[in-house]
Design a protein around this ligand. Structure first.
Ligand SMILES: Cc1ncc(COP(=O)(O)O)c(C=O)c1O
Length: 429
């Protein structure tokens, strides 16, 4: 934990410096470190045993086996990203979306330091303090931290099993229009595949419906309303699931779609390479901001991915881990089914790294709750669901859900952890 800042230190900070709280997850991680025996179902990490060690060694050897290429790789690379990686990325998305080759322009790809960097850059490029972003309810809590630190407010849209509730979205937009708030709205942020935290995937029709609604309200906003499709878990699908096409398969909306994706999650989270496809004018703005951040994503890491994609190593690895995560998710679902009380409602993951459980409202799960305290004493850590709900003046914050990650916990420990959580829950139902 950080020590308390004294007055003069506080005065030295910018507004953003003071507003940037340590991410909620950092506190959870510090608990896990302080109590090594804790069964952590909190961290959204990938499985250490699944990391491609031998593959990475081979890839690096291939790159350094050619001295010219090695030299180039050890130099700064193009700030927008390595050309071959941008081409491979555009081609990959075309195939995933069932689109004709050449329908996506590699020039629209910006390679970033994980997709996380792009999410941050987007808020810098589009939002001033006091602006608004529409988010799913619940949503990726680290994105909420970015918004909070940058003074951007959220309006929430409830979710259905196939993505955003479009009637509610229409109502929220209409309300913003009536209140004269639409000019403050800049984008809608949606995690469309195996959403973190709920596991929900957004259907293609919902993507189209969302874009149509946003378009309808643009005249009152006075500027474009962007649809940010965060597809970070798209390549983390389990073997039997068939992910829908992305919004990029709707060329008539291309100028309003910002697609963010990653190679980091499916391959190796330490290889911090993500990417975005952006409308051309925004691509330029985002690139300018990124250049001020870092002159470009690490060249060596990008070359590792180029090699992994070109040789097929990336896809073979992805298939292997997909089976591994499916088995872990299944173990977690079976344990929840066995040990949790029947009142608990939960999603069955079809991809991603976590599952979502909603409990009766009488059971609060926040970090100050007696339930959280008891489960810590029982040696189990989860992410309190309330972290994933934005502050929104139009609804009270739900406080009775849990996000349970199966990514980096061994199957036997997952079962033990769920059994302990279940015992604490049954005592309260
Ligand atoms: C919903 C979501 N978006 C984006 C990210 C960022 O991932 P990365 O920077 O590794 O691409 C994460 C990471 O957990 C995430 O859960």
């Amino acid at each position: 934990m950080l020590r308390k800042r004294d007055r003069s230190e506080r005065l030295s900070l910018s507004r953003q410096g003071s507003n940037t709280a340590p991410p909620a997850i950092a506190w959870l991680m510090s608990q896990a470190l302080a109590h090594p025996d804790l069964i952590s179902l909190a961290a959204g990490f990938t499985d250490n045993d699944f990391l491609p060690v031998a593959e990475a060694r081979e890839l690096v050897e291939r790159i350094f086996g050619e001295s010219e290429r090695a030299r180039a790789t050890l130099q700064y690379g193009p700030g927008v990203g390595v050309t071959r990686l941008r081409e491979l990325t555009a081609g990959r998305l075309e195939r995933q979306d069932g689109q004709a080759p050449g329908s996506l322009d590699p020039a629209s790809v910006l390679v970033t330091n994980g997709s996380q960097q792009l999410l941050y850059i987007l808020t810098e490029a589009l939002c001033d303090p006091g602006d608004l972003i529409l988010v799913e309810d619940p949503t990726y809590f680290v994105f909420l931290s970015i918004m909070q630190s940058r003074g951007i407010a959220a309006r929430t849209v409830p979710m259905c099993p196939d993505g955003l509730d479009l009637e509610s979205l229409d109502r929220v937009l209409d309300r913003l229009r009536r209140e004269g708030e639409l000019p403050r709205l800049k984008m809608l942020y949606s995690v469309t595949y195996f959403q973190n935290p709920t596991g929900i995937s957004t259907s293609f029709e919902k993507k189209r419906g969302t874009l149509e609604l946003l378009r309808r309200y643009e005249a009152d906003a006075g500027h474009p309303l962007y649809y940010v499709e965060d597809a970070v878990y798209r390549e983390m699908s389990f073997p039997d699931s068939v992910p829908a096409a992305s919004a990029l398969a709707l060329p008539e909306f291309r100028e309003r779609i910002i697609y963010t994706g990653t190679y980091s999650k499916p391959f190796a989270t330490g290889v911090r390479v993500g990417f975005g496809l952006l409308p051309s004018f925004l691509h330029e703005v985002a690139f300018n901001i990124k250049s001020s951040h870092d002159f470009g994503t690490a060249h060596l890491l990008q070359e590792i991915l180029v090699e992994a994609l070109d040789t097929g190593i990336y896809d073979r690895h992805r298939e292997k881990i997909s089976r591994g995560y499916a088995l872990k998710a299944q173990a977690m679902v079976e344990a929840v089914t066995e040990w949790f009380p029947p009142e608990a409602r939960f999603t069955r993951p079809e991809g991603g790294l976590s599952m979502w459980v909603e409990l009766p409202q009488t059971i609060e799960t926040g970090p100050e709750s007696s339930f959280f305290g008891e489960t810590m004493r029982q040696g189990v850590l989860y992410v309190p669901g309330e972290y994933a709900f934005a502050d929104d003046p139009i609804r009270p914050c739900p406080r009775s859900s849990l996000r349970l990650a199966f990514g980096n916990t061994k199957t036997e420990r997952i079962r033990q952890g769920i059994e302990r959580l279940g015992a604490a829950l049954r005592a309260r139902c």
